[in-house]
Ligand binder design. Structure first.
Ligand SMILES: [Zn+2]
Ligand SMILES: [Zn+2]
Length: 350
């Protein structure tokens, strides 16, 4: 079978490998859809967080093709969405329920950009979520980014009637926007520079700002007014979700958020942007990082998908067969034209 591996900066290989064989507690899937993640693009373009030969792809869904002898609650033919995280379950972070911060992850499922993939320690409802017939494989491939978004929203716990901003409308920002709306937020503005991404957010009914055409700072201060404290002037945004990784957005966030508000940072920056700490102090801002997700975050994300409470299908900008996987990376890397690139099986030859 074919498997996508990282061969070096800008070099993606599709190599022939042995088909995986499930151990007693494992499941092998025929992959039906696998998204290209922002982290995959950083690996592709910069060599971030990856070593040569590593299999790629962690946002996937598929059909159970083989089960280990110890797997009781899944069978061949089940359609499943995958939580690829494999926390150890026994370190201090795991004991505290912060499995996203596990000190020694084991059993993570990687290699979704392949014909088949092994999911270790597979158990229905934990690693694998059985999809209802109404749920498409493409939607299942969004379980992972939607779980990241669910964690960001859950940990920030925004006031749903208060103004909120999502900066960066790539797949994580789009998912944050969808989770906010599904949870009842009514006053949300999205910021981006890509026409395709702005269109995907406004199609949802969200108000959007094109940061190339408008000054987001002026827009947000005009939209919700300014606030004054004895120490400074600022905006009235309750919660600001930074998903773009663009350094100037952190400065914007601390300025436009009101005193006592929250800045949730879910985008990796790859640099050390200046942070106005006096503002953080004087406004008593909560500056929160949000990384990956826990099992309960993934379960909540799956509920939103399975119950049809979020619509992710409009985010799929490209469907590219596995045989052209290198092209899929180029497409996802081109921010202006893509939202989410999905890699799908090659058409069956008849
Ligand atoms: Zn991802
Ligand atoms: Zn752990």
């Amino acid at each position: 079978m074919r498997s996508t591996v990282w061969e070096g900066v800008g070099r993606i290989g599709l190599v022939e490998v042995e088909e995986p064989v499930p151990g007693p507690d494992d499941v092998v899937l025929d992959v039906a859809a696998c998204g290209i993640c922002g982290s995959d693009v950083h690996a592709f373009a910069e060599g971030a967080w990856i070593t040569p030969g590593a299999p790629m792809g962690h946002e996937f869904s598929g059909t159970v093709a083989a089960v280990g002898v110890g797997v009781r609650d899944l069978k061949v033919g089940d359609r499943v969405a995958v939580n690829p995280m494999g926390p150890c379950g026994s370190c201090r972070q795991c004991a505290l329920g912060r499995t996203n911060l596990c000190a020694a992850p084991v059993h993570s499922a990687r290699g979704g950009l392949s014909d088949k993939v092994l999911v270790p320690n597979a158990e229905s409802g934990a690693r694998l979520h059985r999809m209802p017939d109404s749920m498409a494989f493409e939607e299942g491939a969004f379980l992972e980014p939607l779980s990241v978004a669910t964690r960001a929203v859950t940990s920030a716990a925004p006031e749903l009637d208060g103004p909120a901003v999502v900066s960066g409308l790539g797949s994580i920002g789009q998912c944050v926007l969808r989770v906010l709306l599904a949870h009842g937020a009514r006053d949300v503005v999205g910021i981006d520079v890509s026409p395709a991404r702005l269109a995907a957010a406004s199609g949802l009914g969200a108000e959007v700002v094109d940061a190339r055409a408008d000054d987001p700072r002026a827009y947000l201060l005009d939209r919700w007014g300014t606030s004054t404290s004895p120490y400074q002037v600022g905006g009235n945004v309750g919660t600001f979700f930074e998903c773009s990784g663009a350094p100037p957005m952190i400065t914007l966030a601390t300025e436009v958020v009101r005193a006592g508000g929250t800045v949730s940072v879910a985008g990796l920056v790859g640099a050390s942007p200046p942070v106005d700490l006096d503002t953080v102090v004087q406004k008593e801002l909560r500056l929160l990082g949000s990384f990956a997700y826990t099992g309960p975050d993934a379960t909540e994300a799956f509920r939103l998908l399975a119950d049809g409470l979020v619509d992710v299908t409009p985010l799929v900008s490209h469907r590219i067969p596995l045989s052209r996987v290198a092209e899929a990376f180029d497409r996802q890397h081109a921010v202006d034209g893509s939202v989410k690139v999905l890699v799908v099986p090659d058409p069956q030859e008849s």
